[in-house]
Design a protein around this ligand. Structure first.
Ligand code: 13P
Ligand code: SF4
Length: 366
């Protein structure tokens, strides 16, 4: 960020929300088709309403690849804006309104640790012949590039099972990072037993596993998790079922295994919305995913008599996603009007090409 833009944001930080709102609308009108705003389902309501297109990670990555606008303003988190940069054309510019909007789960794996795991695995097998690296889209671009380079692939919460099937068609084993819960749940739906899914602790030699455990494993699950989804507990579901025997439970696959296993439905944010939309009127739902999304669908489906409840008694918001506020959005858009790009996300060229390979494999499979 240059000194001039930093000073400019200080002026926006004090801006009243209503003023911000009007300025975002005016800037969007003036920019017309030069800018498109993509919004993830977890965005706060006062930002989400300005999105031109909304979706889960898979849908948004496809939309970013198809966008024609010169500027793609991503109201989401850092890895999503990276994917937009990787899949868009070289002349397009990807922007993240607040650079502090990261993903704590994505930060649980990094290139040095994944390369170390690969080299430690080579003590007991030949990973480039026997292991497909699979990275959840919630990861930095250099990890997607690692997968591109080593015959691996990217997955999202919508397609993880299909991606695992593809991965096993390539090689016998999978190293799945950084979310152990998504990997475990997807493996479980394929009939893979708990003994065949071992947790790889990146801070331990050999992931903390014996050669025999590595040999028996079909999936090595990176020891990472989402701190938001980890808050949901089996007892939240048991209490709900006790109070509402006819109620239905739906969870995101980033929730721990016990929560997914007790749920009636498990799927991505887009799947959660569509499942409740398609459900009969007057049904009651307990939903295990981020609070902004749950609040939005509770309101949207209330006229159909559907009651949508949040799974936890605690507030579980994605605090990094919430960093994108109307002030940052107004700041980015008005700077674009002045011909000034702030907070550009630009993946280095080498990583970009290899990461695109891994993402393209995913898009071809799904
Ligand atoms: P979706 O793929 O469902 O959008 O999930 C992304 C995410 O970060 C959930 O925490
Ligand atoms: Fe990352 Fe969890 Fe936030 Fe999703 S909800 S962006 S996984 S921290």
């Amino acid at each position: 960020m240059t000194q001039a833009t930093a000073v400019a944001f200080e002026q926006y930080s004090e801006l009243d929300d209503t003023d911000c709102d009007a300025r975002i609308v005016a800037a969007k009108d003036a920019l017309q088709e030069r800018a498109i705003i993509l919004g993830h389902h977890y965005q706060r309501a006062d930002v989400y309403k300005h999105a031109d297109l909304t979706g889960d990670s898979l849908k948004l990555s496809k939309l970013a690849g198809q966008a024609k606008a010169q500027y793609i303003v991503f109201c989401g988190v850092h890895f999503m804006a990276e994917v937009a940069d990787i899949l868009s054309q070289p002349e397009q510019v990807s922007i993240l309104p607040d650079m502090a909007a990261g993903c704590s789960m994505a930060d649980m794996a990094n290139l040095a640790k994944v390369e170390r795991a690969w080299s430690e695995l080579s003590e007991v097998l030949d990973p480039d012949q026997q292991v497909t690296p699979v990275t959840y889209i919630n990861s930095a671009a250099d990890l997607k590039a690692f997968c591109g380079e080593h015959g691996g692939i990217v997955c999202t919460s919508s397609n993880a099972r299909r991606i695992l099937e593809w991965s096993f068609a390539q090689r016998r084993k999978v190293l799945f990072f950084p979310d152990q819960h998504l990997g475990r749940w997807s493996g479980h739906t394929m009939g893979i037993s708990p003994e065949q899914m071992q947790v790889w602790d990146p801070d331990e030699w050999m992931g903390g596993l014996t050669p025999e455990q590595i040999d028996a494993a079909r999936i090595l699950l990176w020891k990472g998790h989402c701190s938001v989804h980890q808050m949901f507990q089996p007892q939240h579901i048991l209490k709900f079922r006790n109070q509402h025997p006819d109620g239905l439970v739906i969870s995101h696959p980033e929730c721990r295994f016990e929560v997914c296993n007790l749920s009636d439905y498990v799927g991505s944010t887009e799947y959660i919305i569509e499942t409740i939309r398609e459900a009969p009127a007057n049904t009651r739902w307990l939903v295990g995913t981020e609070l902004n999304l749950v609040n939005r669908i509770a309101e949207e489906f209330r006229p159909q008599g559907k009651i949508v409840q949040f799974m936890s008694p605690l507030v579980c918001m994605c605090s990094t996603m919430n960093r994108i506020d109307p002030q940052h959005l107004a700041w980015c858009l008005e700077n674009l009007l002045d011909g000034n790009v702030v907070n550009r996300i630009q993946v280095p060229e080498r990583d970009k090409a290899l990461a695109r390979t891994a993402l393209q494999r995913m898009l071809d499979v799904s």
